[in-house]
Design a protein around this ligand. Structure first.
Ligand code: SF4
Length: 219
């Protein structure tokens, strides 16, 4: 599979994705775009460690399964991180289980961005991953290490405006990306007024990237 050029609903700033850890994601989110594919068991793809990751790319590593899920062995993650050090790129890692980041702090230099997904502040019981407030508390532990951080609010779900905004502000993210469900998963979505207000306030302390799929909810 190797390095894949950015396509589809991927972040506009990402040039490539790379998935050396593959298979059925333990988090099993009800809205997961991967659930329609037969992906097999969770595994480390040894053949990926001959991939040329190039130079000056912006690579999202782990876009098809959450490589930071509790079931993923430390050795697999360490092997991926060691490999990234051989190439001069910017790397994005994103998870719904940010407590795992804390075990690998020594790897996260200037060219590494760590992300957490917070679709909302509420617990809608739509995933086996830690609930949003738990993710937030875990991710906040990175604040004292000066690591670059981002938040993905996608697919955005209805939230408590004040609480959610405070959570996002506390994280001190370099940027926030916000997008909507694009697969008709029948999620509880916020009205456009609420989203617009959230974006307005977010812009007061961080950069906001709006995904194209958010347009449906902004009318
Ligand atoms: S964490 Fe991501 S990859 Fe894993 S099930 Fe949820 S949406 Fe899918």
């Amino acid at each position: 599979m190797g390095l894949n050029k950015q396509s589809g609903n991927m972040y506009p700033f990402v040039t490539h994705t790379w998935n050396p850890i593959r298979g059925r994601c333990p988090h099993q989110c009800t809205y997961c775009y991967m659930k329609k594919f037969r992906v097999g068991n969770l595994r480390l793809e040894e053949k990926e460690f001959t991939t040329n990751l190039g130079n000056s790319n912006f690579i999202f590593i782990g876009s098809s399964t959450d490589m930071w899920a509790a079931d993923v062995p430390n050795e697999w993650i360490r092997k991926v991180l060691e490999y990234t050090k051989k190439y001069n790129n910017t790397y994005l890692f994103q998870t719904k289980n940010p407590i795992r980041f804390l075990k690998f702090l020594s790897y996260f230099k200037e060219n590494y961005i760590l992300g957490v997904t917070l679709e909302t502040n509420r617990d809608y019981n739509i995933t086996k991953a830690p609930e949003p407030v738990e993710r937030w508390m875990e991710f906040m532990q990175l604040n004292k290490y000066g690591i670059r951080k981002m938040v993905s609010i996608e697919p955005v779900m209805d939230f408590d405006s004040r609480d959610f905004l405070c959570m996002l502000q506390d994280i001190k993210p370099e940027f926030v990306s916000i997008g909507a469900d694009s697969k008709n998963n029948n999620l509880t979505e916020p009205p456009s007024k609420k989203i617009k207000e959230l974006i307005y306030h977010l812009k007061g302390f961080t950069k906001v990237i709006m995904k194209k799929n958010l347009n449906r909810l902004m009318k």
